[in-house]
Design a protein around this ligand. Structure first.
Ligand code: ZN
Length: 115
């Protein structure tokens, strides 16, 4: 009787190995589905930031136009800060830089974040 109780105390090596394999399979499925979603979300956030910067460029152009009679776009992102939320220039979620275009547009230097 005592021998039977001692035998049922823990899991066998096969049971533990099976659990580890199942956890590994589930983790690999989760990672393969999560990574593209994360990439897609970062791209969407970057495109949204680019749109905000473009709107700030339009506001900057309007202000310069009212003050000087001749419109001009900002040449640096810092000039646009007063026209952006919380006076802060958004940053690319992947750490890439934004480039201001002469026509008032903006683009991210990441090849995945182009419109
Ligand atoms: Zn970006």
């Amino acid at each position: 009787m005592r021998r039977i109780q001692a035998k049922n105390l823990g899991f066998s090596l096969v049971e533990i190995a099976l659990v580890v394999v199942v956890i590994g399979i589930l983790a690999s499925i989760a990672v393969t589905r999560y990574t593209p979603l994360q990439k897609s979300a970062k791209r969407a956030a970057c495109l949204s930031s680019q749109k905000s910067i473009e709107e700030a460029q339009k506001l900057f152009y309007s202000r310069v136009s009212l003050e000087t009679g001749k419109g001009a776009y900002a040449e640096t992102l810092d000039e646009l800060a007063p026209f952006l939320k919380d006076d802060a220039v958004p940053v690319c979620p992947d750490g890439f830089a934004y480039e201001l275009l002469p026509n008032g547009g903006v683009r991210c230097t990441s090849p995945d974040h182009q419109r």
